[in-house]
Design a protein around this ligand. Structure first.
Ligand SMILES: Cc1ncc(COP(=O)(O)O)c(C=O)c1O
Length: 403
């Protein structure tokens, strides 16, 4: 079986983890702090906080911004459930908007229509590693009429004076937009290091702070760091030193910290990340070179003008396919021992969101993308021969089921 996305763990990562395991300090400590600094240097943002998941990061930022019952947060309907669930955890309403007609990412035109006086945050999602249209989104929240609609309800919201843009960049570490990396493109960006991501720590995530002045990102980092560890005024490392045992609790915080064991994997992967992305790009181009000759294939645009993907998910759309044809093609592919996937089922198709009043008919572009979509295997140790096997299998499966 050709797997879909097994993790790549090099000997260097294993050695780095072993070193931490033998060091006498395995929870949050110096390695996590080093990983945070390296991510900041890599992305070009102001300050980065590592956590145990992207989900934790998204929720922590919403809580910090004071998102609560009665507020609205604009998200794409085409995303993973984490993007919506964190909004609901805060008691606020996710407002799900449609994708662009020719692009899975959130449509700026639809964002504009969805903004109301209740809108506090927009969460664009860089699907498959392709950055959203951030020039347009950042310009939109700064438009005078849109700023006037914004109703600040606490000091932080007052200071920003507009809707917050928090990118869900779970897929897009290393992607660029007008030459700048994700992390430095919006107010706040959240990355995921989950097991299937390009850069993994098995589970993990990070908040990249890049808020404009007069925000002090160092101070916000310190505050979020406290919130991520039970509201304690000191972390375990600071408490472990001489005269350091006494601490205070400043708020009912969360338990979201990243451990040094996981950060060690991250530090190692970041060193190799350039090569990891190059390998993924190579696989993407083999797929595209093969499928561009097929009249049934709609190929992903991973390097459209002024953008470059992180090459996270390669997905091909089967032109004119409906859901049942796409599903039959997937079944045939699996019968031939190749693991494929669908990214994603738009949220209004799923029970919980349907029960909460979301309707797939409100997001026709998202449904149309989904019904035709198949995601193909991409992983660091994948050989060109395996890529060719996937290509042959997909072509066979499409021909078998379309005729
Ligand atoms: C778009 C998107 N957002 C958020 C997440 C959540 O990431 P994590 O598992 O690190 O919490 C994922 C995970 O797959 C995702 O795909």
């Amino acid at each position: 079986m050709i797997p879909f996305s097994p993790p790549y763990i090099s000997q260097d990562a294993i050695d780095a983890v072993t070193k931490v395991l033998q060091s006498g300090w395995i929870t949050t400590g110096p390695v996590t702090k080093a990983f945070e600094q390296q991510l900041t240097d890599y992305c070009g943002n102001r300050k980065t906080l590592c956590l145990n998941s992207a989900t934790a990061g998204l929720e922590l930022v919403l809580r910090w911004f004071g998102v609560k019952e009665g507020d609205e947060v604009i998200i794409p309907a085409y995303t993973y459930c984490a993007t919506a669930n964190v909004v609901m955890h805060c008691g606020a309403t996710p407002v799900m908007v449609d994708s662009c007609p020719d692009d899975f990412n959130i449509s700026v035109e639809h964002i504009r229509k969805a903004i109301t006086p209740k809108t506090k945050v927009i969460v664009p999602v860089d699907l498959f590693g392709i950055p959203c249209d951030y020039k347009e989104i950042n310009a939109l929240v700064n438009e005078e009429a849109i700023q006037k609609l914004f109703k600040p309800e606490n000091e932080i919201q007052q200071k920003l004076g507009r809707i917050l843009v928090m990118s869900d960049a779970a897929h897009s570490l290393g992607a660029t937009y007008f030459g700048k990396k994700t992390g430095s493109l919006t107010d706040i960006t959240v990355f995921s290091f989950h097991a299937v991501k390009n850069l993994t720590t098995s589970e993990g995530g990070a908040i990249a702070l890049n808020l404009p002045l007069p925000f002090d990102c160092d101070a916000i980092y310190a505050q979020l760091n406290i919130s991520s560890l039970h509201g304690q005024s000191k972390d375990a490392l600071a408490k472990s030193v001489k005269k350091g045992w006494r601490y205070d609790v400043l708020e009912a915080g969360y338990k979201m910290n990243m451990t040094d064991i996981l950060a060690a994997i991250g530090v190692s992967q970041l060193k190799e990340y350039h090569d990891i992305m190059l390998k993924r790009k190579h696989i993407f181009s083999l797929y595209s070179d093969a499928f561009k000759a097929m009249d049934w294939a709609v190929l992903p645009q991973h390097e459209p003008a002024d953008k470059c993907s992180s090459f996270h998910v390669y997905n091909v759309k089967i032109k004119d396919a409906d859901e049942s044809l796409r599903d039959a093609i997937i079944d045939t592919i699996f019968e031939k021992e190749v693991a494929v996937n669908v990214h994603f089922q738009p949220l209004p198709l799923l029970k919980f969101y349907k029960d909460n009043g979301y309707n797939i008919q409100d997001v026709p572009n998202a449904f149309s993308h989904y019904a035709k979509e198949i995601s193909l295997p991409v992983f660091f140790t994948m050989t060109d021969q395996q890529v060719q096997e996937v290509i042959d299998t997909v072509i066979f499966a499409v021909n078998k089921n379309r005729n």
